[in-house]
Design a binder for this molecule. Structure first.
Ligand SMILES: [Zn+2]
Length: 167
């Protein structure tokens, strides 16, 4: 009965080897003829088995936590990549919003308030009066009233055919 330390690389393998060693010990105790000696050995083995069970339960908890953390890292990386496609630009004088600079999606503004709390929310433009447009966040209450119907490119008038104006 030996635990091969050199070949074990993960806690899973170590716990598995320890369980195998305990099973061998238990089998060896089974061959002991003296009844009182057998009971004494079982009594000594019991806390070790209990400790192994606790260790395995803790291990399952750690594996689940590890999986959750890996997912959080992946989600964070995705968010960082998505945010890199925006730049803070004036939507009107003294008013800043995040302009989409990517090429895969339709041009749009993203809410600066939601952006700061790691949520990329497009702003919907609504014709207000004349050339004025009210830009409103889909999620929070933030809105900007702009004097001109600026499109995602600040100098260009809004392109109503693009579909990112409600009307
Ligand atoms: Zn918002």
């Amino acid at each position: 009965m030996q635990i091969e330390e050199a070949t074990m690389t993960s806690p899973v393998e170590i716990a598995s080897a320890a369980a195998a060693a305990l099973a061998q010990l238990s089998a060896m105790i089974g061959t002991v003829k003296n009844a009182s000696e057998k009971v004494a050995l079982h009594d000594k083995l019991h806390p070790v088995q209990q400790a192994l069970h606790d260790l395995q339960a803790a291990q399952i908890g750690l594996l689940e936590e590890n999986s959750k953390l890996r997912q959080q890292v992946a989600d964070r990386s995705e968010l960082v990549r998505a945010k890199a496609q925006y730049s803070l630009q004036p939507i009107d004088e003294g008013k800043l919003a995040y302009r989409y600079e990517g090429s895969a999606g339709a041009p749009h503004w993203a809410c600066p308030s939601c952006f700061a709390s790691d949520s990329i929310m497009p702003m919907i433009g609504e014709r207000y009066s004349g050339t004025a447009v009210k830009w409103r966040c889909c999620k929070c209450s933030l809105s900007f009233l702009t004097g001109r119907a600026h499109g995602p490119s600040f100098d260009e008038p809004i392109n109503y055919a693009n579909g990112w104006m409600t009307r």
